[in-house]
Design a protein around this ligand. Structure first.
Ligand code: C2E
Ligand code: MG
Ligand code: MG
Length: 779
């Protein structure tokens, strides 16, 4: 040790030693900065950086050694063999390179030891090759033991340096290893120098002024080395900046491209994934090579704003990208970053929502709002078209009998059928439960619309055969033409509806065209509806009573209350004409209530043995307060509940069967009787008779009227009477007009009857001014 210090202090130019030390320190700082950088790079670039590190360190160590050698104040002039000098540099670089490669990215202590051995042997080999390059009139001899010790010390220092590098972080990762590596080099160099003896030998070398060569060599070497260090450090910093910027670009979810002069100069891998090509294939191309605008026009990089684009030649309509730009400075040039965001999923979702908003969820046909828009557009365009209004026949029955799931299935079948019947640019919409509208475009003559209507009717006849399929439905069609039958949407739709109404009245399953006469009828009906709404208020309604008699004796057991409407202009309107309208417009609820209260009031004035029958519409069952209304009417009038009888028809069970049954039971629990009216005309379902204990069944007058000349009618009447007997429900025959009919019913065992034979409907039979009651019991 003492020898080494002595050697440094007394045998060296201390200024040059200082310079050598500085070169060494700087070189090692540079080494670990570069090594540090290399650990953050991908494998290929890491290897490049290892070469740089080996080069910087090799040259740096050599420069340290060389300057330190020049600092050695030997007594004799020396020169250097260029080839050996270069070899010594190469040896240093080579050993360092191998040792750094061996070190790897995250080295273990053992790996560090091996790498350190490589490094120290490299430095030693460089040192002694460098010594061998000296050309001087002397012989160089070495003291082997200190040299081996120095090698060992140097190895330990390098080992420490590499371990410190592997284990530390931050600035310590540079400072600590650098300090230890400097120590490793210094120890080796100066120990080796102190163990070196130059024995003068005039036979060797040639005489040359050594001082002269020192003057330019030191600055040259130092400057060259500094330049190398500076280069490596700057490179590492730039690489860090670039790599990090690149890393950031890779970290985003968006695809990015940087363009300069219209050409793509940088991309992230997301863009490669999106385009399905490697990044290399994109570099150098123009954005327009990959994207087109939504309308198919060439894509140009938008200024500031963002545009929507799709892939050039892509088949998927919904694959849409949003491309936004920003100008940035990249690698010292003004460039544009394109951020490409895949909107496909969002677009698809948006489209689905739009579709849902404008389409019927069940049939996927256009809904009413979508249809209204289309109709307005068609009218605005001014080209002739036909508007077809369609309504399904029997649909309500199918829905009620087979359930809603079956009803839905029928609607889907109908939708498919209509879709198949129209042309591509026609519009089919479902605008209500079983109502459909069609816009048939480019209709030049009514015949065009007639053909479509006929086609639809034929398709229905073929696909929906009631004989084969109990769930089959029919269709009625009303047609209005634009502009002939209406120049605005409202008129046109109203007229198509009018035509539809006519089609339904014409026996359903047909198509009807709107015409002026029809318009008159529709106008008339609307007027009737209007008048009907005000009939109660205007006191135009009254009740007549028709006797119900015991068939055997002809004695009156009660009266049926029948409604009459005295229209100020039309005169008496029969209930069969206005009750269906009242039901359609809902006025029947108010009218029915009025009849019930009035009938109870009137009957309350009658003898206790005489009852009153009141007809209740099916629609009245849809209002939940029917039992309450009955109770009110009874309380108000003071009529004994046993004297009231309600007549309902089977249709009351079609809609909301459970609700109807609940209401009927509640009414019956009050003591009010319930009769099944018009039996034999509707579904005549035994299940209805089983579901509720009716107090009587009224056979429809159509059977009674033909009982004396039609054996079939007589059989039906007989069957119904038998049925009533087995259900324990008395049978009432309606519409008895002749003595013969009465006799026959008597023979069949029908206990009660009603009809003109016994008496016409007339005003209150017990009023003071009433004519004599007309029931008869002859025959
Ligand atoms: P409905 O309940 O079956 O009433 C019997 C109908 O047969 C009455 O017709 C009556 O005048 C008629 N009629 C009675 N005897 C004979 C006869 O011997 N021969 C013939 N050809 N007909 C006879 P109207 O009064 O025209 O009533 C018709 C229908 O209107 C009623 O049939 C009933 O369903 C309905 N209706 C009448 N008033 C009301 C009411 O206040 N409310 C409800 N919801 N419906 C009513
Ligand atoms: Mg009746
Ligand atoms: Mg009847």
């Amino acid at each position: 040790m003492f020898n080494v210090l002595e050697c440094v202090i007394y045998d060296h130019d201390l200024r040059l030693v200082l310079i050598a030390a500085l070169v060494c320190i700087l070189g090692n700082i540079c080494l670990f900065v570069v090594l540090n950088r290399s650990t953050f790079c991908v494998e290929t670039r890491r290897r490049h950086w290892l070469v740089v590190a080996a080069l910087a360190q090799g040259v740096g160590v050599w420069a340290t050694h060389f300057v330190a050698m020049l600092a050695y104040r030997g007594a004799m002039p020396i020169r250097f063999d260029i080839a050996l000098t270069l070899l010594s540099v190469a040896i240093a670089v080579g050993f360092f390179w191998a040792s750094f490669r061996w070190l790897g990215k995250a080295p273990t202590t053992a790996r560090c030891a091996v790498a350190a051995a490589g490094a120290s042997i490299g430095v030693a080999a460089m040192h002694f090759t460098g010594m061998a390059s000296i050309i001087a009139p002397a012989r160089v001899t070495y003291d082997l033991v200190p040299i081996l010790v120095s090698l060992l010390l140097s190895w330990l220092c390098f080992w420490g340096a590499f371990v410190a590098f592997a284990r530390s972080a931050g600035w310590q990762r540079i400072a600590l290893p650098a300090a230890l590596a400097v120590l490793a080099i210094v120890v080796l160099h100066f120990t080796a120098m102190s163990a070196t003896t130059l024995v003068p030998d005039p036979t060797r070398g040639d005489a040359l002024g050594g001082a002269a060569s020192r003057d330019w060599l030191v600055p040259a070497i130092v400057l060259a080395n500094l330049a190398l260090v500076a280069l490596a450090l700057t490179g590492s910093l730039i690489d860090r900046w670039l790599t990090d910027a690149h890393g950031l670009a890779e970290a985003t979810l968006e695809a990015l491209a940087i363009t300069h002069d219209g050409h793509i100069v940088e991309v992230n891998h997301q863009l490669g994934d999106l385009l399905g090509v490697s990044s290399g294939a994109i570099l150098g191309s123009a954005p327009g090579d990959w994207f087109v605008r939504l309308d198919g026009s060439p894509f140009a990089v938008p200024e500031g704003a963002s545009v929507e684009a799709r892939l050039r030649g892509a088949a998927d309509e919904d694959q849409i990208f949003e491309i936004g730009t920003r100008t940035i400075e990249y690698r010292g040039r003004s460039c544009q970053v394109l951020a490409i965001r895949d909107l496909s999923d969002r677009k698809r979702a948006q489209r689905a929502i739009e579709h849902l908003a404008s389409h019927d969820a069940l049939t996927d046909l256009a809904n009413r709002s979508q249809f209204t828009l289309t109709l307005d557009d068609a009218i605005a365009a001014g080209t002739p078209f036909a508007l077809l209004a369609l309504d399904l026949d029997r649909f309500k029955a199918v829905n009620d009998i087979f359930g809603h799931a079956a009803g839905d299935e029928v609607l889907r079948r109908v939708a498919d059928l209509l879709r198949a019947a129209v042309r591509g640019d026609d519009i089919v919409a479902r605008v209500g439960g079983d109502e459909f509208l069609i816009i048939q475009r480019a209709v030049t003559a009514p015949d065009d619309a007639r053909r479509l209507a006929t086609r639809i009717l034929e398709d229905f006849a073929e696909e929906m055969d009631v004989a084969r399929d109990p769930m089959a439905v029919g269709v009625s069609i009303g047609v209005a033409l634009f502009p002939a039958d209406g120049a605005d949407a409202k008129t046109l739709q109203r007229n198509a509806d009018t035509a539809l109404y006519r089609a339904k009245n014409n026996g359903r399953g047909v198509a009807a065209f709107f015409d002026q006469e029809m318009d008159e009828l529709a106008r008339e009906r609307r007027a009737l509806e209007h008048d009907l709404r005000h009939a109660i208020g205007r006191d135009e309604l009254r009740i007549v009573f028709q006797p119900l008699v015991a068939t055997a004796f002809g004695s009156i057991v009660g009266y049926e209350a029948l409604l009459r409407w005295d229209h100020p202009e039309r005169g008496e309107v029969p209930p069969d004409d206005f009750i269906p309208i009242a039901e359609e417009i809902g006025a029947i609820v108010q009218i029915g209530e009025w009849v019930l209260r009035r009938a109870c009031m009137t009957a309350a004035t009658w003898p206790d043995t005489i009852s009153v029958a009141v007809n209740v519409s099916t629609i009245q069952f849809q209002v939940p307060n029917l039992p309450t209304l009955v109770r009110d009417a009874l309380q108000e009038s003071g009529l004994d509940p046993h004297r009231l009888e309600l007549e309902i028809t089977e249709t009351a069970f079609l809609r909301n069967r459970q609700g109807a049954l609940r209401a009927l039971h509640a009414i019956r629990d009050m003591g009010v009787r319930v009769a099944m009216d018009d039996f034999g005309t509707g579904y005549s379902s035994l299940s209805n008779l089983k579901a509720f204990p009716f107090d009587k069944i009224k056979i429809d007058k159509s059977f009674v009227s033909s009982i004396d000349n039609d054996e079939a009618a007589r059989s039906i009447v007989r069957a119904i009477i038998g049925l009533g007997r087995s259900f324990n429900m008395p049978i009432v025959a309606e519409g008895v007009e002749t003595a013969a009919q009465r006799q026959m019913l008597l023979d069949e065992g029908c206990p009660q009857a009603q009809g003109y034979y016994f008496g016409h409907p007339a005003a209150d039979p017990y009023a003071d001014d009433a004519p004599p009651r007309g029931a008869r019991a002859d025959g």
